[in-house]
Design a protein around this ligand. Structure first.
Ligand SMILES: NC(=O)c1ccc[n+]([C@@H]2O[C@H](COP(=O)([O-])OP(=O)(O)OC[C@H]3O[C@@H](n4cnc5c(N)ncnc54)[C@H](O)[C@@H]3O)[C@@H](O)[C@H]2O)c1
Length: 361
């Protein structure tokens, strides 16, 4: 029997979740959005039979196995916990939650309900990253000592005054919104335990309209812009490895880049997307390669050849969730990883506020 899914949040990302779940053999039987028009439009587009404006009502009436949460970040925790308590498996958009405390509560709820809780860290599901992880697991890379995680834009603020720029609703700016490359780096490193974080955030340009991103997200008159626009930092891990990070919505960078570079004891590597214009992918360039020195001291580079995926793993990640419910694939990530990741995010903000390294417990 096909897995039945309810989608909560009919915004832009539902256009990836819905086809992704379907490609895993699932049926989308319900859509919920507090904005009825948005819910109805998505229901019509994808022929979804049940439409709701209230999540409690959907959980009461709808006979679904799984729920996908695609709302602004503030609502992830309450909606995820509600759905788990109702006995549903949950796929939730990134970031997992506003902070590590919320993430811990979600992890506990998943454990108690004995249901899957998987996050949309879609970059792990990109063919370039899948091929790289395979090379790492095969032992080709050795022990990864150091990684550099970059997700940097020049003009990429997602609207002024909306939920993205309002800390109460989003949890922060690019540090939390663009946590993808930190997650991907940790995934390649096999999620070591973080030890210390030293970081600094900047809020230059956060109200400067010249730095708006190209997605057409409307500005909200009188809305709040109280998040950072960029951050730089360093994380040490208990196993001796280190991570350097750069992230920005608005900073004087050459080209938008999302990349993880690493140095292992047998090989170095790079998984990178260079975007066209900030946020626009038409001339994007994807790279996945390894760097070696052979027994004779000769330099050797290896390109990992993969099929191009314009969705950057978004369809694959949603498909994996369905296959994981059916026990056909391991889920791409776990709540325990979500906790470690959110502890690092919390510590980036804390270190910036205290101007000191933060010890992660
Ligand atoms: N993985 C990615 O590449 C990626 C890209 C963009 C956004 N996201 C994430 O997806 C999530 C949604 O972002 P978006 O850009 O689609 O936002 P959006 O504002 O376009 O859409 C969110 C939708 O949720 C609805 N909503 C809000 N509160 C709700 C509630 N309590 N119950 C039901 N519906 C509710 C809104 O009416 C809206 O239609 C965010 O967590 C964001 O970080 C991920």
């Amino acid at each position: 029997m096909a897995i039945k899914v309810a989608v909560i949040g009919a915004g832009g990302m539902s256009n990836y979740h819905i086809p992704g779940f379907k490609s895993g053999g699932a049926k989308i039987t319900a859509i919920v959005d507090v904005n009825e028009e948005a819910a109805k439009a998505t229901a019509e587009k994808y022929k979804i039979p049940e439409v709701y404006t209230n999540v409690d009502e959907m959980l009461k009436k709808s006979d679904v196995d799984a729920v996908s949460v695609i709302t602004p970040n503030k609502f992830h925790k309450p909606l995820v916990i509600k759905s788990l308590k109702a006995g549903k498996h949950v796929f939730c958009e990134k970031p997992p939650a506003l902070n590590a405390a919320e993430m811990k509560a979600m992890a506990q709820a998943a454990k108690k309900a004995n249901k899957l809780l998987v996050f949309d860290f879609n970059n792990r599901a990109r063919p370039e990253a899948v091929a790289m992880k395979k090379a790492i697991v095969s032992g080709e890379v050795g022990k990864i000592n150091s990684v550099q995680a970059l997700q940097i834009r020049r003009t990429g603020i997602p609207g002024f005054g909306g939920w993205f720029t309002t800390k109460e609703l989003s949890g922060g700016g690019p540090v939390i919104d663009l946590l993808h490359m930190i997650d991907l780096a940790l995934y390649f490193m096999d999620y070591p335990d973080p030890d210390y974080v030293l970081a600094k955030t900047y809020d230059d340009f956060i109200t400067d309209k010249r730095f708006k991103g190209p997605w057409g997200i409307p500005d909200k008159e009188g809305g709040v812009c109280d998040v950072e626009s960029a951050a730089h930092g360093f994380v040490t891990f208990k196993d001796g490895s280190v991570l350097f990070l750069r992230t920005s919505w608005a900073e004087m960078n050459k080209r938008e880049e999302a990349s993880v570079t690493f140095q292992g004891t047998k090989a170095g590597g790079l998984v990178r997307r260079l975007f066209g214009i900030d946020g626009i992918d038409e001339t994007a360039e994807d790279t996945s390669e390894l760097y070696f020195v052979d027994a004779k001291g000769k330099r050797k580079d290896k390109t990992l050849k993969v099929k191009k995926d314009e969705t950057m793993g978004r369809l694959n990640a949603a498909k994996n969730f369905i296959l994981a419910i059916e026990g056909k694939e391991a889920p791409f990530n776990t709540p325990e990883q979500g906790i470690k990741l959110m502890k690092i995010i919390d510590a980036i903000y804390a270190s910036s506020n205290t101007k000191a390294p933060v010890k992660i417990k």
